[in-house]
Design a protein around this ligand. Structure first.
Ligand code: UD1
Length: 425
């Protein structure tokens, strides 16, 4: 797997490319990692199909192996099997959790199945404060004792969990997932109100249903879970990655190109595609995806990020980049992660004209950026900076390219296939 990528890896990008051609979108990182964690709920061998060959999958595999699972990945068929022992370990160590926040998704399955879990407090992307308070509060409402100690969350429920009515203050993806995976083995009925509606949450729920869980309301703001005594292993195929698909859609608009994105599901990208149309792109659905064509300089569009079905925060760097090279002025408002404008600092090094005030970014579009060395601060910002290099005069070096490997399998190769001059160094 791509886990061999090291900090220090960089992408060298030549400006002036117009991306034209076809790409295939892999399974969603944010689904696959949660599906993997959920297999801990049942002893035996579960199979997950369409698992992307990315560094984060390798990290989650190692985490599960340390808990006693046997994990085998077949990169040619994108198939992952996880054989879960009767009694897995209960401790997720800091050295892995700090690399990837999705590690906390083992908390719910471990505490509900084994009555005890110790999970290091995560690091993950440097995109603002990302609390665990909803996760902890919800587990307590399900009857667990939970506290943090020496950098670990320690949750115990020796007699198992009991169903409860939980209302989230914000529709957190991670908290909805952790509480849903905890509630499936709790005694009685749990409702999660103000639940996240992201397709990733629905995908996880569908694996749980295949494992024998009783869940209603997936994809709505209220999820109702009736606990069952035991779950069994299952086979499930990972949903296609709407954020990777969205990245390619914006890449077409940003470079005034024409990309057919196989595997993209337009119904999961309605607002991003509407924004592209407002910017002047021609968006068509194809038999197995979406085609985005842009024949002129994009027009600036305002946007505010929101939980699904709103505009995803993960595509915010991409729309900021499009606006930075668009005709006109725009305002991009970040409502999900407070610190996610770090990308803007790097983009201004390439000459972009952006002022940040609180959670608003005011952008004045200019025709071209100007190549320079920049640093990827997270997965999506990294992809955004590589694309920024394509619309910059001269060469751009994006340092810390390992962030990009965490979310985009074969990113450089795909760009070369679309006509860009990009090298991994
Ligand atoms: C997931 C995605 C991430 C995406 C985000 C929002 C994965 C691995 N990551 O992250 O790519 O950007 O959803 O779509 O799936 N919060 C709290 N307390 C909590 C939990 C969350 O205050 O206990 C806050 C966070 O700081 C943030 C907001 O709620 O401001 C949303 O976070 P959340 O939806 O939980 O994001 P993640 O699940 O971490």
């Amino acid at each position: 797997m791509s886990s061999s990528a090291m900090p220090g890896d960089s992408f060298h990008v030549e400006g002036g490319a117009r991306l034209v051609g076809e790409v295939q979108v892999s399974g969603a990182k944010n689904s696959a990692l949660k599906l993997m964690a959920a297999t801990l709920l049942a002893e035996g061998k579960s199979t997950i199909l369409n698992v992307p060959d990315i560094a984060d999958v390798a990290i989650m595999s190692e985490l599960l192996e340390r808990l006693g699972c046997t994990v085998v990945y077949e990169p040619t068929s994108f198939t992952l099997t996880i054989d879960v022992p009767q009694v897995p370990g209960v401790r997720a160590d800091y050295d892995l959790v700090r690399k990837m926040r999705a590690s906390i998704n083992v908390l719910g399955p471990l505490v509900t199945r084994l009555g005890h879990a110790e999970v290091a407090l995560p690091g993950g992307d440097a995109i603002g404060s990302r609390g665990l308070d909803y996760h902890i509060k919800g587990l307590k409402e399900l009857g667990a004792e939970a506290h943090s100690e020496h950098g670990y969350v320690i949750a115990t429920a020796p007699d198992g969990l009991t169903g409860a009515s939980i209302t989230l203050d914000f529709p957190s993806v991670g908290a909805t997932e952790n509480l849903m995976t905890a509630a499936v083995l709790a005694k009685g009925v749990t409702t999660i109100d103000n639940a996240a509606r992201e397709p990733d949450v629905v995908d996880l729920g569908q694996l749980l249903l295949a494992m024998g869980a009783d869940i209603e309301g997936l994809g709505s703001p209220t999820i109702t879970i009736t606990g069952v005594a035991k779950l069994h292993p299952a086979t499930h195929s990972t949903l296609c990655d709407r954020i990777v698909a969205g990245t390619w859609a914006f890449a077409a608009a940003i470079t005034q190109g024409d990309i057919t994105i196989h595997g993209a599901r337009a119904e999961h990208m309605e607002i991003p595609l509407d924004k592209l149309v407002a910017a002047g792109a021609v968006v068509t659905t194809t038999s197995d995806g979406v085609r985005v064509r842009m024949d002129r300089r994009p027009s600036a569009v305002d946007v505010a990020t929101l939980p699904y079905p709103g505009f995803p925060t993960d595509l915010q760097p991409l729309i900021i980049l499009m606006n930075a090279v668009a005709e006109g002025n725009s305002i991009v408002t970040e409502n999900v992660f407070e610190g996610r404008f770090m990308f803007v600092n790097e983009l201004t090094r390439l000459g972009a004209q952006i002022q940040v005030d609180g959670h608003h970014a005011s952008i004045t579009g200019i025709p071209h950026l100007s190549g320079a060395p920049v640093v990827a601060t997270d997965i999506r910002a990294g992809a955004g900076l590589v694309l920024a290099g394509l619309v910059s005069e001269g060469s751009t070096i994006v340092e810390d390219g390992y962030h990009i490997d965490r979310g985009y399998p074969g990113f450089a190769e795909a760009l070369v296939g679309l006509g860009a001059v990009v090298k991994r160094v």
